[in-house]
Design a protein around this ligand. Structure first.
Ligand code: UD1
Ligand code: UDP
Length: 354
């Protein structure tokens, strides 16, 4: 059996690492990197650190408008599928690379496997929501990370091929946490003391694309007077420059970091402020209070348990949460047991193997 994996953006490399390791014990895997993310510290660093096999194809699609980027991927992925003739195409999450991979395969009648299926924010203005809804509706095997995701699919009439396998990002954290403690020296490099700083990430279009929202966020960060560490996504760097935003002296902006450094920054942070999907879950896994700069989240379990709070881009709400938010709830094992990748491969083997 031959599986063609399509990945292209930072969180997909992290999700693919444990699954690919498991796939290769049983099947042949071809990795296609769309080139959506291409900077050294947005792409290569993850392949090296996480021992992800070098992509068999790099489509070098790069940045662009949504339709243009997705369309270019679609054209090039189709060519690879026609050449490789895989038995299934595997995609992750909700980026333009996810939709392009799924659509190319579906039109060629190749089974589509979607890992991290069923997530919903119910906000159709998000490019990610468009990508995930469309991908789910053309997928044959839908691997959900939580029971909520299974219910979301059911309410859209998707029940066949749906499995709650837990979250592959939990597999990834468990596998890498001890490695990160041994290998990462980011705390020493930045002179950071445990639980004396706040870690921040910002990259969602819904925040970066609106000058006023980004200004509110940076004003709240400045006025908190906390020590802030901000590994800056290139999208956000561009908008900070375009809008001429003044960054407070208490905010240390650094380049995006590798996964092992990121785990250490998360683990040692007093609180985490983010608009990332993956980082919300990692805060929960690592017992760090999370403040989410969004109006809604797909990861509602983290909020229901009291470990995550939604503040949008509201100045007062961000400041209040930085000062006063403390988790109060008990945690649950909503995200599986750290063996999601094995379950995924076992189910593929059972259901698709010829
Ligand atoms: C994409 C995903 C988003 C995901 C995020 C993970 C879509 C629609 N969005 O958002 O769901 O949360 O990845 O990080 O697929 N850039 C660089 N170097 C790079 C990559 C990007 O400079 O290596 C800059 C370019 O100016 C580019 C911008 O970042 O235009 C945005 O990149 P893009 O991949 O389009 O979207 P992300 O914001 O990264
Ligand atoms: N991450 C990283 N370095 C960084 C920022 C994030 O390794 O500088 C990791 C983070 O730990 C998580 C993943 O990237 O595993 C999340 O990706 P991102 O926030 O870009 O996308 P999202 O999850 O929102 O789609």
């Amino acid at each position: 059996m031959k599986i063609l994996t399509v990945i292209g953006a930072r969180p997909q490399f992290i999700k693919a690492a444990p699954v690919s390791r498991e796939i290769r014990k049983h099947f042949k895997e071809i990795i296609v990197h769309t080139g959506q993310h291409y900077d050294e510290n947005m792409s290569n660093i993850f392949f090296e650190e996480l021992n992800i096999p070098k992509p068999d194809y790099n489509l070098n699609v790069g940045s662009g408008k949504h339709g243009e980027q997705t369309g270019n991927m679609l054209i090039k992925i189709e060519e690879v599928i026609l050449k490789e003739k895989p038995d299934a195409v595997l995609v992750y999450g909700d980026t333009n690379s996810t939709l392009a991979g799924a659509l190319a395969a579906s039109k060629l009648l190749i089974p589509v496997i979607h890992v991290e299926a069923g997530l919903r924010s119910f906000n159709k203005a998000m490019p990610e929501e468009q990508n995930r809804v469309l991908t789910d509706h053309i997928s044959d095997l839908l691997f959900c990370p939580t029971e909520t995701a299974v219910k979301n699919l059911k309410s859209e009439g998707i029940e066949k091929g749906v499995y709650n396998v837990g979250d592959v990002m939990f597999d990834s954290i468990l596998y890498n946490i001890e490695i990160a403690k041994k290998k990462s020296n980011i705390l020493e490099r930045l002179g950071l003391k445990e639980k004396e700083y706040i870690l921040v990430t910002i990259h969602r279009a819904e925040n970066t694309n609106y000058k006023e929202k980004l200004i509110n966020i940076f004003n709240a960060l400045k006025d908190s007077n906390e020590k802030i560490v901000l590994p800056l996504h290139p999208r956000t760097r561009k908008f900070i420059n375009d809008y001429g935003i003044e960054v407070g002296q208490n905010i240390e902006i650094i380049e995006p970091v590798g996964y092992l450094d990121m785990i250490m920054l998360e683990l040692s942070a007093k609180k985490i402020l983010t608009d990332s999907g993956g980082v919300q879950k990692e805060s929960y896994f690592l017992d760090v209070p999370c403040i989410t700069m969004r109006e809604e989240t797909e990861w509602i379990e983290t909020v229901e348990d009291g470990w995550n709070v939604l503040v949008g881009s509201d100045y007062e709400a961000i400041l209040n949460a930085i000062r006063f938010f403390m988790p109060k709830g008990e945690k649950h094992d909503y995200f599986g047991n750290g063996h999601s990748s094995e379950r995924i491969v076992e189910i593929i083997n059972r259901t698709l193997q010829k």
